[in-house]
Ligand binder design. Sequence first.
Ligand code: FES
Length: 186
Amino acid sequence: MTDKTPTSTEEAPRRDFMTKALAIVVGGIVALVPIVAGLMTVIDPLLRRRSSVLGTDEEGFLGVTSASSLDSTGAPRMFSVIADLQDAWNKFPQTEIGSVYLWRTDDGEIKAFTARCPHLGCTVNYKANEKMFGCPCHDSSFNLDGTRNNEIPPRGMDALEAKEVDGEILVKFQKFRAGIHDQEPV
Ligand code: FES
């Protein structure tokens, strides 16, 4: 019977190999840490929303204009919605993000509609003589309460929530997908 017990000279190269392999694995992990951290720094903003509106209150309302600038006769008036935007890396101060029609009803309620036509997205006009909204692109027509006045648009005008706080009119501004029956935020 032959004795197969390894001698110390046979164990030495194996120990050497294991030590080197362990060093390579540990070294690889250590080297990966800053690379992964760097990648996360670059990728993280991309994982967030592409562009967010800054300056809204906790419910998402944004100041649009002063209450005194509403039409004194109660007719709808169009206002630009201006906000600071933030995308993945940049801020865009005082950017126009849309337009809204605002007016005060006889009982003091603030009404708001986006000025964007739900047909294909043109800007709707207010026709004061007819007390109706009309779109110049394909003749969509809307009543003062935003309901459709003909069959061209797929839905009525998109109403928005609005409120008056300390003499300022705030609107929960949203954009909706054009060309479809349902009101779907984009
Ligand atoms: S975009 Fe308004 S009618 Fe077509």
